[in-house]
Design a protein around this ligand. Sequence first.
Ligand code: SF4
Length: 695
Amino acid sequence: MDFTATPAAPETGVRTVVGACPHDCPDTCSFVTTVQNGVAVKVQGNPHHPQTGGVLCAKVSRYHERTHHPERLLTPLKRVGPKGSGQFEPVSWDAALDDIAARLQAIAARDPRAILPYSYAGTMGLVQGESIAARFFHRLGASWLDRTICASAGAAGLEYTLGTKQGMRVEHFAESRLILIWGSNSVGSNLHFWRHAQEAKRRGARLVCIDPRRSETADKCHEHIALRPGTDAALAYALIHACVQHGWVDHAYLAQHTVGWPQLRERALQWPPARAAEVCGVPVAQIEALARDIGTCFEQRAPVAIRLNYGMQRVRGGGNAVRAVACLPVVLGAWRHRAGGLLLSSSGAFPVQRQVLQRPDLFAASGQAQPRVVNMSTIGDDLLRPTSAEWGPRIEALVVYNSNPVAVAPDSSQVVQGFARDDLFTVVLEHFQTDTADYADYLLPATTQLEHWDVHASYGHTDVLLNRPAIAPVGQARPNTHIFRELARRMGYTDPCFQDDDETLCRQAFGDAVDFDALLRDGFVTLPLPEAPFAQGGFPTPSGKCEFFSERLAAQGLDGLPEVLPNHEAPGSDPRHPLAMISPPARNFLNSTFVNVRSLRDAEGQPLLEIHPQDAVPRGIADGSTVRVFNDRGHYVCAARVTERARPGVVNGLGIWWRKLGLNGTNVNELTSQRLTDLGRAPTFYDCLVEVAPA
Ligand code: SF4
């Protein structure tokens, strides 16, 4: 799209355009936008895309309202008030980009590592995510961002065990006999998987939900195991223990396709159900009953499947917990059947050409030997770090796109202090004036998914999706790619790769591995993958086998077997803060997206803390009353919902509200810590002790 050309005559008539949902959700739906007179008037699920089945979630079925929202940012803005005040004045694109390029160039002349890009899954698109942006920051020699905030503990757990982030094909869950929905509120956040689980249920499958919270999904399963946060590995070991004791073990599969079975077996024998029940805080009979269900399937050669999700890995031992859970279907030989095994993420199946798209080789032009890597989960501390020999230069400039760290990063009082630094130059690319946008020096209006090209992998199914622009950019909004291309030009980067247009980038994302003509024609392409990925073993680990025992972990001085690790903030370890808190998503929000959409915010009502009656009554907390949730990191004010959705001893702070739309200008991340997981350097949002009192 040429943004300098004379605008075309206003469009008339009605047409439809096939696109893809950009949000951080495993379902990656294909959608069809109806455009009337140049305005998007309807967004519907694509009925021809089997994974979408013509159905979108309530959040995205109103996506056109988000695109044409009255509060959309439509012009570049420059800060005029104090940092964080959210006071801006309009400025031309040329003036904004000239000044940003000059400021970045001046910092880069001293040390480019003082510049940090900060981005995540505000769009899951490969082009508007990390293509020209990555090329730009690599060429500049900026610090590299370690993108850990959501899934890296689980990803590491899978990779050390199975060798890849791959699993069952989601449609095959419909044929499973027993489905463990582990750490997932699928009804709210994995709707299209849930359709397959319901189909399995209609065919006689048993559904078991494993989650500290009695979620809407738990309501609809046959059984709910409300374990304490951070005890999943103990439960997995107890189930393996039962398999060993009862002989529900596929010896042939283990002998051919695994490493470390004798050691895992020994470790599992240390975890009888009674011990795990004590640690998990659930009745031993419940663990034994689940083990029997598993054993019955084993004896009948019926497939057992696990839909694991990321909530359970947001604790100190999250990576090892994923390892322990991933061992269970291997012990059973469940992978032999296409409806058996496990799905945490399918993203490893996609042949994304990241080197081509992101060009890390451009970093060499910066003259540095090694990039500095900054963990996005510790941005609170890192923005406040002074220059030092081991850290390198203080962060002087931050360019934020596809992310809202002031709301979503842990330990937000530290994050806010960092963003409030007067000597920090901050550029934010956004659709709306979020909490992070309030701290920008320049706030640049970005296009939404209806206004730009993109191409998508998925982490919940195995189709590639293309997103075509349905409408022209609204106001002066511009795609991220355009903004970084323009900055590159102003910085004097003449590398031809900065000239690639967005359609070319879409083609480059998968190269010859995906038929781009088919993408243009249908909007999606299904990857040619085996029906049952590990039926014949073939785990892409160094040994070529599933690694119960990991030499790679042992070489790092870690336990080579999956470990049961207590939380950093273990329940009972701090008498002043006796309640464990998790912060699962509110049903109408997706991370911090959609909080400003009035209809969805109204559906949520107000920021909520779910608390069990046994914890509420002694504290004098009534349903609907305002409470103060606090620990040594800060406090958060919200409404109490006294409910058995919370288990005793655990409160659920539903997230993630924008701070400025909360009751006291904070959100639940005021309480979470910057401590990291065992594997993957990920945050520990669900490893958090608090106390609650009437406000
Ligand atoms: S279910 Fe997920 S992928 Fe589908 S429309 Fe909703 S947010 Fe997007």
